[in-house]
Ligand binder design. Structure first.
Ligand code: 13P
Length: 341
């Protein structure tokens, strides 16, 4: 496997494969497990993630890389095989979430700044040793009629750029994720407002990336789609696709090899339909795929329900969603394929 950043970045997004975001922090995975009344322990987290990573067909055909939480990067399956080896054996690349979370930003009520830059260089060296070849950092941008502020967007963009530069020095491809929230509070903003905020955020992010001397060919962008707030009316699939492509074309240089969307609170099928419609657009200068957390896992988590006897059922659900999203990454998903399955 090539170790060039540019080659790794292309591998992450090419061939109709995409990323599995399985990097829920300990507090986030607890929230997910609460929905199936399962206690979150090191063992239950291991069992759940082992179910996903051992979905051989899904991993080999549809999943180019897996974003892991620090605990999982060094964790072993029940039989003692390191997760990193299981992921690699499927031809998929292990990656790592390296930010330490979005924290309330001083003097900016209702906005956050993502932390984790202190000591990041040394941590990245350790993650590289442990097998990670890409990383993720999520900056969170609140949307309302008055938010975000310039100060918060600038600070988050600068942190993303510092992180990306450190990753590249460590031989790790940075996933740059500025998420303009669909499901924040109040979440009743229009698609117009999302479009305006996403466009200005991406402009500032690429300014900061340039100032930080980040090599655009050795990174992946993980943006939100341009979409109505979760508590607002729902724009059509065609409108979401058209407006998302418009904003990305206006802001993302073609030197960036790939865009891998987050799902951000869309239902599983919406996230697939939108990605497929986006990929049906003409003349996209980048490869466009998924980097979904909830939209790849929700149905698998439910089917598994924390029970060993349901592992195969959970894997079937995960494989199905991975396959549907892989089709979407090629622009060839159709709604009746969902029913057929
Ligand atoms: P969702 O697809 O659930 O939004 O998660 C993706 C992710 O990695 C957010 O940081």
């Amino acid at each position: 496997m090539s170790e060039r950043l540019e080659d790794i970045a292309v591998q992450m997004v090419a061939g109709g494969r995409g990323l599995l975001a399985a990097d829920e922090s300990t507090s986030t995975i607890k929230k997910r497990f609460d929905t199936i009344n399962l206690e979150s322990t090191e063992t239950s987290r291991r069992d759940y993630r082992e179910m996903l990573f051992r979905s051989d067909d899904a991993m080999k055909k549809y999943i180019s890389g897996v974003i892991l939480f620090e605990e999982t990067l060094s964790q072993k399956a029940a039989d003692g095989t390191p997760f990193v080896d299981i992921i690699r054996a499927a031809g998929s690349i292990p990656g790592i979430k390296v930010d330490t979370g979005a924290k309330p930003m001083a003097k900016y009520p209702a906005e956050t700044i993502t932390e984790g830059l202190d000591g990041l260089g040394e941590r990245l060296a350790r993650y590289y040793e442990a097998g990670a070849r890409f990383a993720k950092w999520r900056g969170v941008i609140a949307i309302s009629s008055t938010l975000p502020t310039r100060g918060s967007v600038r600070a988050n963009a600068q942190a993303l750029a510092r992180y990306a530069a450190l990753c590249q020095e460590a031989g790790i491809v940075p996933i740059v994720e500025p998420e303009c929230l669909m499901d924040g509070k109040p979440g009743d903003h229009t698609i117009d407002r999302c479009s305006e905020v996403t466009e200005s955020t991406l402009r500032i992010v690429f300014e900061e990336l340039a100032d930080a001397r980040v090599n655009l060919e050795g990174m992946i962008l993980k943006p939100n789609m341009v979409i109505d707030g979760k508590n607002a009316r729902k724009a059509s699939v065609a409108e979401v696709a058209e407006r998302t492509v418009k904003v990305l074309k206006a802001t993302v240089p073609p030197a960036v090899p790939g865009i891998a969307f987050l799902s951000g609170g869309q239902t599983t099928e919406e996230a697939t339909a939108h990605l497929s419609a986006i990929n049906s657009s003409a003349d996209l200068p980048w490869l466009v795929t998924f980097s979904y957390g909830r939209a790849l896992q929700d149905s698998a988590l439910k089917a598994w329900n924390g029970k060993p006897e349901n592992v195969a059922a959970g894997q079937r659900e995960f494989t199905h969603r991975a396959e549907m999203n892989s089709l979407a990454a090629k622009g060839s998903w159709k709604k009746d394929l969902e029913k057929a399955a």
